[in-house]
Design a protein around this ligand. Structure first.
Ligand code: ADP
Ligand code: GLC
Length: 470
């Protein structure tokens, strides 16, 4: 089958979070099992876009409301990512360093979606499936089914994967004229709660809807930022498919970002070498258990509680633990996490910002990784932690619930029920006890490293899903 993935992020072209990791890996694995999967993302001004060579695949003008824009579809020359990568350059809209966060994000992503469809509608490679990821590509299912100029591709099935329903991309009806002409009585398919809602529209119009873990699908029926009833209504075409990880990028045996590589046999020495190196950089003591957090500092991750959690845990455990944080997001949380550096010098440190290299070093060096998420559609951090022999401490929610089994239940992680200071500090207490029992701790590490979360299975699950649509 020929599959076209359309997304705002794709690792290593442009990454903000796990969406990029999924779109950078799933197509590669679909190609490995004999299909043709391609990826389209906006041409941001990122390092990857600057440093790689592209051919012009298409160059045109598109109508945009009362205006128009010129765009170029560029194809990466070498296929180095394991799939054909197309980036769409729209002068003045995509050519910026960041993926999100601009005042005109609506205009940027609506224009991107129109450019993609203007290109596909005249393309000789008609895909068998158009696979959209999150709200930034959520208007595509509507436009494919309803916009008059896209009639030639109306029979191409569209699939929506919801990576995160916290963000829906709503904008006012006054911008309806951006959407290429359609029979106006179908306009209701674009809206939800008095606004145009790209995520809601995609849930209504896509032929199939998937979520990135089975538990998240169930949870969304009760809590999805206002979309609960819609998800219940469309549950007949929805399915949860658990994400995998790219085991070529995330492999402690070959990871070039580590000071020492390791495998199941050399795990103890390997992790210790990485821990020593990282602790030196961050002025921590490598003889103590190292607790870490990596991620976006936003409410859904429980980041607002982290300063109090670390304050409590570090007071309680005195000189027996170390903490290292890597993340960026909410200014207030960033500030409070920075303040703790002075209070707990030598026991606590934080890197406020985004750094792929440091994240790999941390998965390898850490003993424990905290994920006290309020909402976690899948979560990839815990999967990377498992592969690097780091014990995940997670709240039982979404994909965390589907991938981490508590050691008390014969598993390998530490689970808690609530995103609360009490629950997380209790979990840290359990972790400290586990760490003292060297034999049990080593055994848990080995168990985790043996777990297979590669994309092989999920890539096939998606293919089976597309095949139903043919
Ligand atoms: P989400 O997509 O909700 O942010 P995931 O767990 O699915 O959460 O994926 C997060 C991804 O982003 C992982 O690859 C993680 O290592 C990475 N990441 C998050 N924050 C940072 C950061 N500050 N620096 C480097 N990598 C980060
Ligand atoms: C989202 C979710 C995260 C998931 C990722 C990849 O950003 O927040 O839980 O792992 O997408 O699907």
């Amino acid at each position: 089958m020929e599959i076209l993935h359309i997304s705002a992020e794709c690792y290593p072209v442009a990454k903000v979070g796990g969406l990029a990791d999924v779109v950078g890996a799933l197509p590669k694995y679909q190609n490995k099992i004999g299909h043709i999967a391609k990826v389209v993302v906006p041409a941001y001004e990122t390092k990857f876009v600057r440093e790689n060579e592209f051919d012009v695949a298409y160059d045109a003008w598109a109508n945009y409301g009362n205006n128009h824009f010129q765009f170029r579809v560029l194809k990466e020359k070498t296929n180095k990512l394991g799939f054909d990568l197309y980036i769409i350059h729209i002068q003045g809209l995509t050519d910026r360093p960041n993926v999100y966060g601009y005042q005109d994000d609506t205009e940027r992503f609506v224009a991107f979606q129109i450019a993609v469809l203007d290109w596909i509608v005249q393309w000789e490679h008609r895909p068998d499936v158009i696979h959209c990821h999150d709200h930034h590509t959520g208007l595509i299912p509507f436009m494919v089914s309803n916009s008059i100029k896209y009639t030639p591709i109306r029979t191409v099935p569209t699939v929506l994967t919801i990576h995160n329903a916290q963000y829906q991309g709503q904008f006012g009806w006054e911008k309806l004229y951006y959407i290429p002409a359609f029979d106006l009585w179908k306009g209701g398919l674009l809206g939800w709660d008095d606004a145009i809602n790209p995520l809601a529209s995609a849930i209504k119009c896509a032929w199939k809807v998937t979520t990135v873990s089975p538990s998240y699908l169930g949870e969304m029926m009760g809590n999805a930022r206002g979309l609960e009833s819609l998800l219940r209504q469309e549950s007949w075409k929805s399915v949860g498919i658990l994400n995998g990880i790219d085991t070529e990028v995330w492999d402690p045996e070959t990871d070039p970002m580590l000071v020492k590589s390791y495998n199941l046999k050399t795990i103890e020495a390997g992790k210790l070498a990485n821990k020593k190196a990282l602790c030196d950089v961050f002025q921590l003591d490598s003889s103590k258990p190292l607790f870490t957090f990596i991620g976006r500092l936003v409410d859904e991750k429980g980041a607002d509680l982290l300063p109090d959690i670390f304050n409590t845990a570090l007071q309680q455990h005195g000189d027996n633990i170390n903490v290292l944080v890597l993340g960026s997001g909410d200014n207030w949380v960033e500030g409070r996490l920075n303040q703790l550096k002075d209070i707990f010098r030598g026991k606590y440190n934080a890197y406020i910002g985004y750094n792929e290299q440091v994240s790999h070093e941390m998965y390898a060096a850490a003993d424990f990784l905290l994920m006290p998420s309020r909402v976690e559609p899948c979560g990839l951090n815990q999967l990377y932690a498992l592969r690097y022999g780091t014990v995940p401490i997670v709240r039982r929610v979404g994909g965390l619930k589907d991938t981490v089994i508590d050691i008390g239940d014969g598993g390998f992680g530490i689970c808690h029920d609530q995103t609360s200071i009490w629950d997380v500090t209790q979990a840290i207490n359990r972790a400290v006890e586990l760490h003292k029992n060297k034999k049990a701790f080593k055994a848990v590490r080995k168990t985790m490293m043996k777990i297979d979360h590669s994309w092989d299975k999920a890539a096939l699950n998606y293919i089976e899903l597309y095949q139903i649509l043919k």
